[in-house]
Design a protein around this ligand. Sequence first.
Ligand code: IMP
Length: 198
Amino acid sequence: MAAPHTSTAPPTITCRDERFRLYLDRNRLQARIRELGQEISEAYAGKSPILISVLNGAFMFTADLMRAINIDCEIDFLKLSSYGAEKVSSGQVHELKKIDANVTDRHVIVVEDIVDTGLSMEFILNRLQQHNPASLRVATLLHKPASTEVDDLTLDYVGFEIDNLFVIGYGLDYGQLARNLPDIYILDEAEENHQNDA
Ligand code: IMP
């Protein structure tokens, strides 16, 4: 992957032989995350919520979001099966790591990197609901509304609604690569169409 770490984001990068263009740079990401942290701090004042971070993709967002929250809060992690090296959701969700914390009567915020079809989030919310939390909300950095199949999915805190194209960086991977990029890149549509025409 040709993506040197510099203080400014390169406008395009190549990951696994595909071209991606800069979509959300680090300044926009961090500014929006500070807003979300403030909103959550105000909404949960005096409540000490527990953030449930969805591995692997949400680790970077969770770390920044948690630092932007200025009230008492806790953290735990769960892990679901991933896309593997594909760019399209398999639609099959499995739990690979359960949470350790007891969330009964707790105020729970699920922290996700991206909601695409919504099937993973539906699965997570159903699982957590079985433990009778005091409240259950979702914070997702990104949402692709055009590809969300679950109708009654409430996303309480959304960083950005984005186009229905594959994105990488800032925790999001393509075949495990690109998670370390500080900025988010989107698949270059022009390049894709060009390849499809060929
Ligand atoms: P969903 O179940 O289809 O909503 O997908 C949720 C998971 O798929 C996310 O937590 C991501 O790990 C992964 N995912 C969805 N869209 C993308 C993307 O554009 N880039 C990288 N990973 C994605």
